[in-house]
Write a protein that binds this ligand. Sequence first.
Ligand code: FES
Ligand SMILES: [Fe+2]
Length: 428
Amino acid sequence: MNACPTEAPPVPVSAPIAFHKLVKDSHVHGSLYTDPAIWNAELRQIWGRTWVYVGHESEVPNANDYVMKSIGPEPVIMTRGRDGRVHLLHNRCPHRGNRVCMTEQGNARSFTCPYHGWTFANDGALKGWPFPSGYEGVDRSELGLGRVARVDSYRGFVFGSLAAEGPSLQEHLGAAMRSIDALCETSPEGEVEITAGFLKHKVRANWKFLVENETDGYHPSFVHASIFEVAQSGIGSLYSAESTAVSRDFGNGHTENDLRPEFRKRDQPLSWFGTTADKLPEYVAKMNAAYGEEKARRILIDGTPHIMIFPNLFIAEIQIFVIQPVAVDETIQHVTALQFKGAPDLNRRLRQQTMGSVGPAGFLLADDAEMYERTQMGVQMRNPEWLFLGRGKHRERRDEDGFLIGDNTDEVPSRGIWRHYRALMEAA
Ligand code: FES
Ligand SMILES: [Fe+2]
């Protein structure tokens, strides 16, 4: 006997939204951040289809480890099975829909649903149910936890796609893979570890405001002026009108602020981290041993990337931010310090700097959050109806790899994000 119906019920289809009328070259319509119908369409066309960053393999280092994650607003459990494979499971009991896992992380060979006690292996298979005589003839193999349709990883970064078909993860990441490579090379062992724990920042704003802001090189001079001043940091000049850093659109919605031209001008290893090589002698010695002095010096001058990988992974030089949309006007940003394998002295400073800048008493995210919430209030108004993203359009150019670039304060990234957004929303 088949336990599940094989035919999907008809899905109600609402009138198509004319995205070409809402997303223009240098303008986007305010309703894109507020309209519940658009939010529902995004759940289908973006969060239900594209590759979404879920977590890092180092968060489940041992067999049977698990951690609660999400794909868009949907909770998923990332587990490592007994065989060492990473699984992404929907946190929804196939019996009556209850959540089977309520603990943020742990180690468990199975999950037992609290409602009627069904038990599932950590690869999703239904292992058993109480009072089994009531299920005579029912096929257990069809009543496991839902598995995320596609799971893949790149250098330990695990992504999931709720669509069974579509571009591969490598096709989706494209040139962003090179940035992940560069990030991993900051470790003398070539690996990132996500082990510092997460801070969660909830903002009353649409998720796209956060995505755009991550590579908006225009705002730091104003929004973050106070923290730059207090910390006497050299970051401000990277985002000035005179900066030689560039903004870049990698395509597929991935964008960056490439700060390397400024760091190369300074020609100081670790200047991107606001320190000098003599403060981290152990780390520098390990990097020299791993890569050779010349390459290690280049890595330590260039620093780590500042890249927004569409739709939800922001690699922010010394942290990662994971953007989780929860409602049309509510988003959670999960933030953690990057940790590099084999670099304990660097890692300690990375944790301290992260607490200082984006921790509960840090200014950096608090200042951004204030902007997100005020812009969310602003786009409720309809005069004017449009937002203008035309900064630097006249000086957009192509780099040697053919990617669109602009000055670091230009809105090349925002325009790139919206081009990709429109393509996804208009896809059949
Ligand atoms: S809802 Fe999970 S066992 Fe009933
Ligand atoms: Fe900011």
